[in-house]
Design a protein around this ligand. Structure first.
Ligand SMILES: Cc1cc2nc3c(=O)[nH]c(=O)nc-3n(C[C@H](O)[C@H](O)[C@H](O)COP(=O)(O)O)c2cc1C
Length: 200
């Protein structure tokens, strides 16, 4: 299985979310035959789409030039058997680097298509695992909108299963509570990553 790992853990080695990601990567790598394609979003300077980039993209698509470097991220994403995305909870969602990455991978004819019946996912992946940590807690009755957005995108990409793990209260000063919550999320992450990466 080829597993694409999109690392949007901006704080690098200090990141709690990166600890979940590292555990997931270790768990999937431990299964024979699995390989990891690592996308370092925190250091990659992808540009948000502006008018000229959109024009260029439309022209390339119209000419069928799907091997153009502009489509590299989309092709890597579409070709993976499983996706892991790790990003901290920022401003009730996730850092903008991840949104810009989504702009780059959401390409008609590569990750999704459309016909008379509507949109059709073109990604190989059977699952996406989203990992996050939050400073506080999600309000009662509310949802992690970043995670829900990724869930919706999975529908569009044709990725059948979406799972996410979120460790809450990382910035709450309650003794070792935050470490315990992170450790509990880390264990859940290992279990679900192993399960998803073992699927064929
Ligand atoms: C720019 C920024 C925005 C944040 N926004 C929120 C927020 O909306 N809600 C929240 O509970 N925590 C928020 N936090 C706290 C982080 O979610 C928390 O510290 C998280 O564990 C950071 O993950 P990391 O250790 O992987 O960097 C924010 C932190 C930063 C730096």
């Amino acid at each position: 299985m080829k597993i694409l790992v999109a690392d949007c853990c901006i704080r690098g080695r200090q990141s709690r979310t990166a600890r979940l990601m590292d555990s997931a990567v270790e768990a999937v790598r431990a299964i024979d035959g699995n390989s990891v394609d690592y996308v370092d979003l925190k250091n990659m300077e992808l540009k948000p789409f502006n008018a000229s980039m959109l024009e260029q993209r439309d022209a390339l698509l119209a000419r069928g030039e799907m091997n153009n470097p502009m489509f590299e991220q989309a092709a890597r994403f579409a070709d993976a058997d499983m996706i892991i995305i790790a990003a901290p909870y920022w401003d009730m969602s996730f850092p903008s680097q991840l949104k810009i990455y989504i702009e780059h991978i959401t390409v008609s004819g590569i990750t999704f298509g459309a016909d008379n019946n509507g949109l059709k996912g073109l990604c190989r992946a059977s699952s996406m695992l989203y990992l996050t940590t939050r400073g506080g807690y999600i309000a009662e009755g509310a949802k992690d909108e970043g995670a829900e957005y990724l869930r919706a995108l999975c529908g569009m990409y044709g990725i059948g299963r979406f799972e996410y793990i979120g460790a809450d209260g990382m910035d709450i000063p309650d003794g070792n509570g935050a470490s315990l919550r992170l450790e509990s999320a880390r264990r859940q992450t290992c279990d679900i990553a192993r399960e998803l990466a073992g699927q064929r």
